[in-house]
Design a protein around this ligand. Structure first.
Ligand code: SAM
Length: 280
């Protein structure tokens, strides 16, 4: 049974990196008039209240979106991310944080489509309510890693698959690599963005090696850490592995990540990594 609820973590430093990259990819896809298709394999509930319940328990957003909220000196792409988050808040006060489904919805045009998958029985209800009947969007109460295969390749022949698991079980790491390889075989031209947490560094090394061994080309990794790797409980860093990234993504991250590491890092311990896992 699934127990993970992303609301406990909404708007934290990992969400900042994940959603910053998500927005850059969507902005790239919007540059051409041709329709695109988005698949979000682990959608979550769609949006989060930062002023009540779960989010207030650990207040993780305070070392994430809150630290960026009032700043006017951010690199362009981070300012663009902030601008999208501001569109979900009616006042100067930060009370609401959009999840990946609502961020994608915000950037979807009339010609584009979005498919969402969520396994948790409460989260799927919240998700269905959050997307609020939109003919461009379909949400399924199903396993995203398996069920989305049937959509690949999408008729648009261009688009993004976002894979954002909660890694509740250790086998999730192997499962995502396997699924990614299968997806890429069906739709080699697609953009894929896989999120990972650094809780145990050895798992991430294995994940990277698995992707490199697959022979998939054009893979970049972007990681943001708030403290050095540690054996202690909790996530010290997180990253996104992007297959077929927009060509400007690495230079955007080159500007954004040093600034984010500085603002969000614990006592000067923040760090980042930009690495090509496989060339074109
Ligand atoms: N992408 C969301 C966002 O940006 O707001 C957060 C997603 S959260 C990290 C992961 C979600 O995946 C959880 O809501 C969990 O219930 C769901 N989940 C776990 N395994 C799944 C699977 N195999 N298929 C679909 N959803 C799954």
């Amino acid at each position: 049974m699934l127990s993970y609820r992303h609301a406990f973590h909404a708007g934290n430093f990992a969400d900042v990196l994940k959603h910053l990259i998500l927005i850059r990819i969507l902005e790239h896809l919007r540059k051409k008039n041709k329709p695109f298709c988005c698949i979000d394999t682990h959608a979550g509930p769609g949006q989060y209240a930062l002023d009540k319940d779960y989010a207030l328990k650990n207040r993780e957003f305070e070392n994430g979106i809150s630290k960026l909220w009032q700043r006017g000196d951010l690199p362009d792409c981070v300012a663009g991310y902030l601008n999208i988050i501001k569109q979900f808040n009616n006042s100067e006060r930060l009370t609401r944080y959009p999840g990946s489904p609502l961020i994608i919805k915000q950037l979807l045009r009339t010609q584009d489509r979005l498919f969402l998958y969520e396994l948790h029985s409460t989260e799927i209800k919240l998700l269905t309510a959050a997307i609020n009947k939109d003919r461009r969007i379909k949400a399924f109460h199903a396993d995203g890693l398996h069920s989305c295969m049937g959509l690949l390749p999408p008729i648009e022949r261009r688009g993004l698959v976002l894979i954002d698991p909660s890694y509740e079980i250790k086998s999730d790491y192997a499962q995502v690599t396997e699924a990614l390889i299968k997806m890429h075989k069906r739709f080699a031209g697609g953009i894929y963005a896989l999120w990972y947490p650094v809780v145990e560094r050895s798992r991430i090394r294995k994940l990277e090696r698995g992707i490199q061994a697959s022979g998939i080309k054009n893979v970049q990794l972007f990681e943001l850490g708030i403290k050095a790797d540690t054996g202690a409980y909790g996530m010290s860093a997180s990253g996104m592995i992007v297959i077929n990234p927009p060509w400007t993504l690495a230079s955007d991250m080159q500007q954004a990540l040093p600034v984010l590491a500085d603002i969000l890092g614990n006592n000067g311990e923040g760090f980042y990594r930009i690495q090509e896992l496989a060339g074109e």
